[in-house]
Design a protein around this ligand. Sequence first.
Ligand SMILES: Cc1cc2nc3c(=O)[nH]c(=O)nc-3n(C[C@H](O)[C@H](O)[C@H](O)COP(=O)(O)OP(=O)(O)OC[C@H]3O[C@@H](n4cnc5c(N)ncnc54)[C@H](O)[C@@H]3O)c2cc1C
Length: 387
Amino acid sequence: MFIGEQGKFEEIREGVRKLCSDFGSQYWQRCDRERAYPEEFVYALTQSGYLAALIPEQYGGVGLSIEAAGVILEEIHHSGGNAGACHAQMYTMGTILRHGSDEQKARYLPAIADGSIRLQAFGVSEPESGTDTSSLRTTATLKDGLYTINGQKIWTSRAEHTDLMLLLCRTTPINQVKKKSDGLSVFLVDLRTIPEHHLQVRPIRTMMNHATTEIFFDNMPIPGDALIGDEGEGFRHILSGMNAERILIAAECIGDAKWFIDKAVSYANSRAVFGRPIGQNQGIQFPIARAYAGMRAAELMLKEASLRYDSGENPGEEANLAKLLAADASWQAAEACLQTHGGFGFAEEFDVERKYRETRLYQVAPISTNLILSYLAEHVLGMPRSY
Ligand SMILES: Cc1cc2nc3c(=O)[nH]c(=O)nc-3n(C[C@H](O)[C@H](O)[C@H](O)COP(=O)(O)OP(=O)(O)OC[C@H]3O[C@@H](n4cnc5c(N)ncnc54)[C@H](O)[C@@H]3O)c2cc1C
């Protein structure tokens, strides 16, 4: 809790905790074991309105700040759950709210807010381009008012559980643009209207339950009005969404860190070996205390990034710092928690191994730690570009 903020968002925190209490350990263990989509949880979150936190009230949402949205995700993770099943609905909002037309917002946002359709997929990564987003190869070609999409995406999470997908494609060939990041465009694709033979979705089984897929586009037609913002400006349009994504993922990491720390402290106090609680040993205490310090520092940076984002800025530095520090804090807390649990940390019923696998993702996605460090070195500290 920050000074002077007692009670801020307490109603949201309590409401989310209450909702999450219906989805306990066994629910998440079963979903993880079966690699099942947590449909009931996503439904409950949608019905409660929490998933529509960032949709403005005029479109049927709750119109909350990104700071408040982060609190929702943090509480889900702090409760032992995983918002990875549905968080894209929040972080794609930045691009749509800031760059979508009034007509696009009016067409989709009320239905997303009331849960009749879902926006859960964000198609950026490709097998060949990797982290080097601006060299992506999926193309969108405009003819007679229709764009035709060809190419492939990978790691498009939740594609099987969504109606809409935000998709980044190249609209001007790379050899005809000044900068590599020019000539990309972002589309809001209504997957319900796409005939099967134009689009293939293949699930990828991963080390944690994340419903991720690879997608193949074969002459896939989409209407011209699926374009968000200006043609060729897609890279810049998704940047505000990416900052939102980093802030929201940082909030999930803070929730994970809090879960690991609570769990570690409770086990350290109750497990007795050599006739005394293991938590009496500084070898057990110190890694947990250090993880707590890391979590609190990351939480401050998250706050700074959220406030800047909510004031209309595009806070690249703070969003990246928050993601880096929070992902490190959750990983440090995960390590401390697993070690504190000894052998029991590896048993499914303790949830530690599941959360450990889940939080490991955030060292790599949505942006890897190395790439954040490169960003800071180049854009914040003014050192030469390394790639
Ligand atoms: C479970 C899961 C879900 C995902 N969901 C989505 C999604 O919904 N939508 C989406 O678009 N993407 C998604 N991703 C993709 C994710 O954003 C990428 O995996 C991530 O950005 C890293 O890209 P890459 O895997 O291609 O790694 P690569 O770019 O191949 O990099 C491999 C390693 O090399 C390092 N590296 C590369 N270049 C440099 C450099 N110049 N300097 C230093 N180190 C470097 C990277 O940091 C990384 O550690 C998901 C990934 C996973 C695993």
